[in-house]
Design a protein around this ligand. Structure first.
Ligand SMILES: Cc1cc2nc3c(=O)[nH]c(=O)nc-3n(C[C@H](O)[C@H](O)[C@H](O)COP(=O)(O)O)c2cc1C
Length: 282
């Protein structure tokens, strides 16, 4: 079995230029998936694609570009352009539960328009190559019973890798007691296609998941913010304290509301005196 992959989960709003550059500076990850790039009606110019990728690409690490939309031709053309602009691979967002996105028929809304979701995957895989196209999706829109049909359809449409969040769109971020069962169900359906599991992973769980579930890796979002060294530690490297990461963000120019938001993500509180930086903080 090849080395497990540990991914930072894309987080729109959190992945600002300062955030991305700070993560790169501290070498907190060895790979990126961008937060979603929305394609609604026009194909972005190559310059815009390069600008979007620039903070991630400054690291020299492989960057998987996540696209969101509902127009198969536009998404396929956008995928090609992002690859030409330096993206290493393309991910299609079929999971976002944010009401504004769902109302617009994109992200998680596509889980209830399966034929369209498959067409998007098929078209994108046809232009980009199956091995370069992944899908990030949830267990269903309204019910976890949708998983079998959705997973089979996505695989048949040419998804080369599956990033799987165990909740349905309707469940938003609620606790799900059947989480493990849902992971096992998906792995049973995926065959040889690599699966990256996502949703509420702690360090211990992420470290044991490849052996326990037979998955190719794990993706961590909110726990990466609370514990910025988590992906390093999973790769057997020394960690990084939240204080050190926070001070790097400040030094690199994070301020205002973005800073307050990051305080909340990292330390779980809106406003308080930040502890001094420990230069050796792990
Ligand atoms: C603030 C925020 C923004 C997010 N933005 C995206 C996004 O752009 N694309 C995406 O696929 N998922 C997005 N997600 C979902 C995460 O990538 C991840 O699937 C989810 O947080 C569950 O993982 P976790 O329990 O490890 O945080 C976002 C989540 C949060 C909290």
């Amino acid at each position: 079995m090849s080395e497990p992959e540990f991914w930072p989960a894309p987080m729109d709003g959190v992945f600002t230029e300062v955030f991305i550059r700070s993560v790169n500076e501290l070498e907190l990850t060895d790979r990126w998936m961008t937060s979603f790039f929305r394609l609604s009606d026009t194909l972005p110019r190559e310059k815009l694609c390069r600008e979007f990728l620039a903070p991630y690409a400054s690291s020299g690490l492989p960057v998987c570009v996540q696209l969101m939309g509902r127009d198969p031709e536009l998404l396929a053309a956008g995928a090609l352009r992002m690859l030409e602009a330096g993206g290493a691979s393309i991910d299609l967002n079929f999971g976002c539960p944010v009401p504004r996105v769902v109302r617009g028929g994109a992200g998680g809304a596509l889980l209830r328009e399966r034929e369209l979701m498959y067409r998007i995957t098929e078209k994108t895989a046809a232009v980009a190559g199956k091995e370069k196209v992944s899908v990030k999706f949830r267990c269903g829109f309204a019910s976890p019973d949708e998983l079998e049909e959705t997973a089979k359809g996505l695989l048949a449409a040419g998804a080369g890798k599956l990033f799987f969040h165990h909740r349905t769109v309707k469940e938003l971020y609620a606790p799900v007691p059947e989480r493990t069962d849902r992971f096992r169900r998906l792995l049973g359906l995926a065959g040889d296609t690599p699966v990256i599991l996502n949703g509420d992973f702690t360090f211990e769980e992420a470290a044991s998941a490849p052996e326990r579930f037979g998955c190719a890796g794990v993706m961590l979002g909110r726990n990466f913010l609370r514990s910025p060294g988590i992906l390093r530690r999973l790769r057997g490297l020394p960690g990084c304290s939240p204080e050190r990461f926070f001070h790097t963000l400040v030094r690199n120019g994070l301020g205002g509301e973005a800073l307050k938001g990051m305080k909340r993500w990292i330390f779980g509180a809106w406003d308080f005196p930040v502890p001094p930086e420990d230069p050796h903080g792990q």
